[in-house]
Design a protein around this ligand. Structure first.
Ligand SMILES: [Zn+2]
Ligand SMILES: [Zn+2]
Length: 83
C-alpha cells in the first residue's frame, strides 16, 4: 500500500479559498443565540427588548424564567420572525 497522494503533490499553492472562515467575515446576519450558543435557526424576539434568539430556545427559556437572558428584562410575548 502506497501512501502517496498525487493530487496534493501536484496542486498549486493557491487553493486556500475553501476556508470556512471566509464566510463569517462578511456575514453580519449570522447572529448567535446566547441560549444555545449556536447560530439562530428560527429568529424570535421578545416584547421588551430587541434581542433575538432561536424561537425554540426562548420558548423553553420562558417556561423557567420569562426574562431576557441578555438584559434580564421581564417579557410577556415572544415574536416569531417570518422567514
Ligand atoms: Zn438558540
Ligand atoms: Zn434583552
Amino acid at each position: 500500500i502506497t501512501s502517496q497522494v498525487p493530487q496534493a503533490a501536484s496542486s498549486p499553492a493557491a487553493s486556500t479559498s475553501q476556508v470556512p472562515q471566509a464566510a463569517s467575515t462578511d456575514a453580519s446576519e449570522d447572529i448567535m443565540c446566547t441560549i444555545c450558543q449556536d447560530t439562530i435557526t428560527d429568529e424570535a424576539s421578545i416584547n421588551q427588548c430587541s434581542h433575538i434568539f432561536c424561537f425554540a430556545c426562548i420558548l423553553e427559556w420562558s417556561r423557567r424564567n420569562a426574562v431576557c437572558p441578555i438584559c434580564r428584562c421581564p417579557f410577556q410575548y415572544i415574536y416569531l420572525y417570518p422567514k
